[in-house]
Design a protein around this ligand. Structure first.
Ligand code: TUI
Length: 319
């Protein structure tokens, strides 16, 4: 049993939240993570409200464990998604790609737990003032839309700056990452890329294979010039994108090259011209396992590491 403020807050067995990955985080993946004792998350991405309502219904047919919904705040449907989350009394909301401030009171009045993703100390502090339940501090190692600071620098700074629990994200894929996150002050972790390569993720095999084949430097950031940097695996699309950027194309032209490309990779399996979003930890992911195995391996692997840490005290027999 693991006991942190995060397990208590969310009523889960292990303090691990699954990332809210658009197209990837469907009810199948979320139900599997929740059934395994973590917090499964359905991603709403850029999808319309009715998609989310169906996904929540299907998840509830598979599990009665707690789960959450991720709201991508840049979505044109964000308002509808908020309405459905409230209407369905979803237990937990995570948010990304923006400031959820204007929705927080509504969630809180309904008893919905709110956990925004924050890339900076100042946003974490602002969110704490709004009364959120915890923050997910996400380092630039993460996949998809990213901030600039690394997990290693961000987690201790946010942990010092807020009283609410901090959940670490970005670059966490095994028990070493988990223990490191806790050493930095986190009380839980959010994991994305590792769960993409799970048996339950309804992701095209080509996408999973690309992550398994990926090496340390393959997950790069594109789109810095647009103000919406996104970490993806390098491929023909990222080369096209780089050429367009070099030719002096503006943000609109660049964003239109990216439109619909995540679906193309995740659903259709076009990993050459699609957007294969994933984190830097892809280089460490070498197999496909069930969500239960992923979670149990992460938490069972900590004992050896905690012994290792005793080296800092001069070894095991130094009391
Ligand atoms: O949101 C994510 N990851 C995502 S969203 C996404 S969809 C997308 N596709 C193309 C371009 C852009 C997005 C794919 N991956 N992670 C959480 C996250 N949130 N990372 C960074 C942020 C963030 C950034 C700024 C959160 C808040 C924020 O606030 C700015 C403000 O308004 O104060």
């Amino acid at each position: 049993m693991v006991n942190t403020r995060v397990t208590k807050l969310l009523d889960i067995e292990y303090p691990i939240i699954q990332g809210g990955m658009a197209w990837v985080a469907t009810h199948e993946l979320a139900a599997a993570v929740s059934e395994a004792g973590g917090l499964g998350i359905i991603a709403s991405g850029n999808a319309p409200g009715e998609y989310l309502r169906e996904e929540i219904k299907k998840l509830r047919e598979k599990t009665d464990k707690p789960f959450g919904v991720n709201i991508m705040l840049m979505s044109p449907y964000a308002e509808d998604i908020v309405d459905i989350v409230c209407d369905e009394r979803v237990p937990v909301v995570t948010t990304g790609a923006g400031n959820p401030g204007k929705y927080i009171d509504r969630f809180k009045k309904l008893g919905i737990k709110v956990i925004p993703v924050v890339p900076t100390v100042s946003l974490a502090q602002r969110m704490e003032k709004y009364g959120v339940d915890a923050v997910i501090a996400e380092g630039t190692e993460a996949g998809g839309h990213v901030g600039e600071l690394t997990t290693m620098s961000l987690i201790p700074q946010i942990s010092d700056a807020v009283e609410i629990p901090v959940i670490a994200a970005g670059g966490i894929g095994d028990s070493r990452g988990l223990v490191a996150a806790f050493a930095l002050g986190a009380e839980g972790v959010q994991v994305g890329t590792r769960f993409v390569c799970s048996t339950e993720a309804k992701v095209h095999d080509n996408y999973k294979d690309e992550i398994i084949k990926a090496k340390d430097r393959d997950a790069i950031v594109t789109g810095r010039s647009t103000g919406h940097p996104v970490r993806v695996l390098r491929n023909k699309l990222t080369r096209q994108y780089a050429e367009l950027e070099k030719s002096g194309a503006g943000p609109e032209e660049l964003e239109s090259l990216g439109a619909g490309k995540l679906r193309l990779a995740v659903v259709d399996g076009d990993v050459d011209y699609g957007s294969v979003m994933c984190g830097q930890i892809a280089g460490l992911v070498n197999d496909i396992k069930s969500c239960k195995e992923i979670i149990e391996d992460m938490f069972n692997g900590t004992e050896y590491l905690i012994n290792q840490l005793s080296l800092l005290k001069g070894g095991e027999d130094n009391e």
